[in-house]
Design a protein around this ligand. Structure first.
Ligand code: AOF
Ligand code: ZN
Length: 383
């Protein structure tokens, strides 16, 4: 299962709205006869990639073999046929899986479906590791909302800007390049209009990250006024068709809109106002807080807006030194009571209906917004 997990890791950031999954087939003699991972929604599931490899390389060893897969095999027709059927057809005798599929169409169904054909099924092997691998998918498939990663880069005194006339960067080159790697996991990168106006960011994959087969994540700008600089990188560069604006939505409404369009992981890259809104919404699932050894004395704060009435500890907190910078990461532990202001905000977009599989094609979930559109109401916005 460890090897299947390593395979699954290769699909992280590529598969939404499907989960990353890895699979390995072992013959009765104990030889690995096929392996694979899920590369993209609409393409074959991990098990099918592994079975196809075995069919090509070693078809006679397939009957009686054991399939190790990080996620319970699916059992319904979605964009692709049910894996349980193919598993039975090729004569696999035993299936060992890690996590039960949180998609209610499949949860724990594989036991009966495969068992009825004499296939032995064992679930829950390296379960925690396999569940960790699909956390974003699990949240999305159960709530319709994406997994939210917050990234902050700040000074010791909690600022994200330096005094006028100084260079703009707070954290070091290596800390920033470390932070950019978070983009490899994201389907969308979200910022506030203020960050767009002040920083004119690119929000692109860079360096070695290009060529991993990952599409440029959506670049999402949250705005109230809709007044955005049309000459910004986001509206003029080679990926301008991957930029969208969401106008007049609360943070949770914006998440719901993204989730409806198959975004399972969103990376929030600031600034302080949006970070504050994200925490008010109580929808932050993971944080990466980069801190530089500098005191700015003034400037915009990394966390702005309404105060939180409670503090939020991080679970599984990690402290990573990056030369003289440091990154503290972990998973916020939220109290059970929602905050009133965000919870009371009306949802202007409906919750997802039907099943996740029936959603729009993952290839083009958005109408991109081009600068010209700013003259008229933006394509994705609600009044
Ligand atoms: C598997 N193996 O590698 C993955 C699974 O629309 P489809 O056909 O791609 O099906 C999507 C659903 O299948 C998805 O919601 C999840 O429940 C499951 N994903 N299942 O057996 C895989 N990626
Ligand atoms: Zn499947």
């Amino acid at each position: 299962m460890g090897q299947a997990l390593d395979l699954a890791k290769r699909g992280v950031g590529l598969t939404s709205p499907n989960p990353p999954v890895g699979a390995l087939i072992v013959s009765q003699e104990g030889a690995v006869i096929g392996s694979g991972f899920h590369r993209k929604a609409g393409m074959p599931h991990a098990e099918i990639v592994a079975i196809d490899e075995a069919l090509e390389m070693n078809p006679r060893a397939l009957p009686g073999s054991t399939l190790y897969v990080t996620l319970e095999p699916c059992s319904t027709q979605g964009r692709t046929p049910p894996c349980t059927q193919t598993i039975k057809d090729v004569g696999i005798r035993r299936v060992v899986f890690g996590a039960a599929d949180p998609n209610p169409k499949h949860t724990n169904r594989s036991y009966a479906i495969l068992g009825a054909s004499g296939v032995q099924v064992t679930g829950g092997v390296l379960e925690d590791e396999c569940l960790d691998m699909i956390r974003p998918f699990s949240k999305w498939v159960m709530t319709g909302l994406p997994w939210v990663i917050v990234k902050v880069g700040q000074s010791l005194d909690g600022r994200i800007t330096r005094p006028p006339g100084e260079p703009v960067w707070i954290t070091s080159d290596s800390a920033r390049s470390h932070a950019r790697r978070l983009r490899l996991r994201a389907d969308a990168i979200l910022i506030g209009a203020e960050t767009l106006r002040k920083d004119n960011p690119r929000l692109t994959l860079r360096d070695a990250d290009v060529g991993t087969g990952k599409e440029q994540p959506w670049r999402v700008v949250l705005t109230r006024s809709g007044r955005l600089p049309v000459d910004a990188h986001l509206f003029t560069d080679a990926f301008k068709d991957r930029t969208v604006i969401l106008q007049n939505l609360s943070f949770t409404e914006a998440l719901r809109e993204l989730g409806r369009r198959g975004v399972c992981t969103v990376l929030v890259e600031g600034g302080g106002i949006v970070i504050g809104q994200a925490f008010q919404s109580q929808e932050v699932d993971e944080v990466h807080w980069y801190i530089a050894p500098r005191i700015c004395g003034s400037g915009r704060p990394s966390f702005a807006g309404l105060p939180l009435p409670f503090s939020i500890p991080l679970d599984h907190a990690k402290v990573l030194p990056i030369a003289d910078n440091v990154c503290i990461s972990g998973f916020p532990v939220w109290p059970d009571v929602p905050l009133e202001n965000e919870a009371a905000a009306p949802l202007s977009t409906p919750a997802p209906t039907g099943t996740p599989d029936a959603g729009p094609s993952p290839a083009s979930p958005f109408t991109a917004v081009t600068p010209a559109v700013f003259q008229s109401p933006p394509a994705i916005s609600t009044p």
